[in-house]
Design a protein around this ligand. Sequence first.
Ligand code: DC
Length: 222
Amino acid sequence: MQTNDIPILTIDGPSGAGKGTVSRAVAGRLGWNYLDSGAIYRALAYAAVQRKLDLSDAGALAKLAEMLDLRFKTVAMPGVLLGDVDITLELSTETTGNAASIIAALPEVRKALFEKQRAFRRSPGLVADGRDMGTVVFPDARYKVFLTASAEERALRRYKQLKEKGIDVNLSKLTEEIEERDRRDRERVEAPLRQADDAVVIDSTALSIDAVIAACIAHVAI
Ligand code: DC
């Protein structure tokens, strides 16, 4: 199969809409590969903070992006390795998510990560989750979903998720952070979060995860 013939389902949307859980489950059901593009931005942000880089130093961040030795575990056993170190837990914090959103606004960073994301297009198919999968990274994707939910519902879900992991958080602070991150991701000049013209919108506010997964699979089966 030619690379361009490999089917892709892009799932874009704001933070906390359920993209990760849904994308992983859909990839597992379809037997397709999975790209968690947010984890790439998070890993770069994490590595930058570790090295005490200035998060506005686009040149240094782009250089770091080029040499980032990042490996993903499997769809069934999700996890991220930086070199030989498992950084899965570190990537899940709000601090890392916010730092990722800050560096993601830099065009140099997005450019340095572009081909790394494109390389995930492998047979038999790919589910790509992020903010600009259907608009910038894979504009030719056959299937596109824009997954959204109200900010309150997204904050609540994130709150429960973090609590389950034993991470202590405050719901109103989390809601504020989510709104701030949305604003930054939507208003940046380069590859802002927006719905692709040819994407179907799924509002998951009142839907179960299983219903959203079923809707995505039905979309691919069309
Ligand atoms: O999906 P996430 O919460 O793990 O993503 C963390 C941040 O990374 C998000 O706030 C913005 C950035 N990001 C991006 O700009 N483009 C993507 N395709 C994925 C994530």
